[in-house]
Design a protein around this ligand. Structure first.
Ligand code: NAD
Ligand code: ZN
Length: 296
């Protein structure tokens, strides 16, 4: 019988371009509930009843209360071995693009852990160095910024490196908000007071009601994100699919782009997925158990 993990490792090792495509399953071992699995219910509401523009128009207080609860739940979660392995892969390999359907921030936090570990090993690539992650634009420091204190230096360098491993987000971010009046987008991490309509988050620019900057059922994906992700997938020699059932479209069609371009598909998931018939290599297992060996 073919040694599937070895086959997958060889495919990944020699591929010039790799797209890593993740879903809720990559965060499952961190304790983040998936929508469909156990623990996916909140106050007897199904996510499908809350994650819609209609639900927000009907009862923005209830929807913000749910997002506040999900943010609190995430604050108690830590990135798992899969997030860290993916972060390390992005930081040390050329030609890797991460595309996620998740709205949590665990890929970013996993990349920070990976960057910290690499820095400790003296292997953190400097900004602008060869390697795909480094070729992405790094966030600029303002010209007038105060000089960093000695002990802040490594942390800032690690954070800058981790930022280069940020995912393309197909479904937005739970820690960003968007104005329902003027459309302005902001990072939004402050605690949400959903006790009344009057206390819900408001836009700093125009005073309009803010909404979570996530893609709800029936909404279109963020401009550019899908195009960028699909272009990377079409050019990739391998699409590594991790923890997604493949039921949410159009994101799920990313895999077809790689196949259409003649690339291979590797699927890591302990349950059945829509990709099982097309996978060139199928690894049945939890992401945190499989990925460190696969990508290390
Ligand atoms: P899904 O719930 O449809 O599928 C999850 C997949 O993860 C399943 O195939 C399951 O077998 C697999 N899985 C479970 N445990 C795993 C593990 N330890 N390792 C690897 N795989 C594991 O999720 P989806 O395909 O991402 O689609 C659901 C939608 O819900 C997405 O659009 C996403 O935005 C949203 N969502 C996001 C989060 C998050 O941000 N963490 C959580 C729930 C839902
Ligand atoms: Zn506004």
């Amino acid at each position: 019988m073919a040694d599937e993990p070895a086959t997958a490792r060889a495919l990944l090792a020699r591929a010039a371009g790799v797209v890593v495509f993740t879903g809720a399953g990559v965060s499952a071992e961190s304790g983040v509930p998936t929508f469909r699995g156990p623990g996916g219910l909140w106050k007897a509401f199904r996510p499908e009843q809350l994650a819609t523009p209609e639900a927000f128009a009907r009862d923005p207080r209830l929807v913000w209360e749910w997002y506040g609860w999900r943010r609190d739940a995430l604050a108690a979660c830590r990135p798992n071995l899969a997030h860290v392995a993916i972060g390390r892969f992005l930081l040390t390999r050329a030609g890797v693009t991460l595309v996620t359907q998740n709205v949590d921030d665990l890929h970013e936090r996993g990349a920070l852990e990976a960057a910290t570990g690499l820095a400790r090993e003296g292997r953190l690539p400097a900004a602008g160095a060869a390697g795909d992650a480094a070729s992405r634009p790094a966030p600029e420091r303002g010209g007038g910024a105060a000089p960093l204190l000695d002990d802040e230096q490594p942390r800032a360098a690690n954070a800058a490196a981790a930022a280069r491993a940020a995912p393309i987000r197909l479904h937005g971010s739970i820690f960003h908000a968007r104005c329902t009046r003027c459309g302005a987008r902001t990072e939004h991490r402050a605690a949400v007071d959903a006790s009344s309509l009057a206390t819900l988050p408001r836009c700093g620019a125009c005073g309009g009601l803010l909404r979570p900057d996530v893609v709800w059922f029936g909404e279109v994906l963020p401009e550019g994100a899908l195009e960028t992700a699909f272009a990377a997938a079409a050019a990739a020699e391998v699409c590594l699919v991790v923890g997604t059932a493949g039921a949410v479209h159009p994101a799920a069609a990313l895999v077809d782009e790689t196949r259409g371009g003649g690339g291979r598909v590797v699927v890591v998931d302990p349950g059945e997925t829509a990709y099982d018939d097309v996978a060139d290599v199928r690894l049945w297992g939890a992401a945190g158990e499989v990925l460190p060996g696969l990508l290390g």
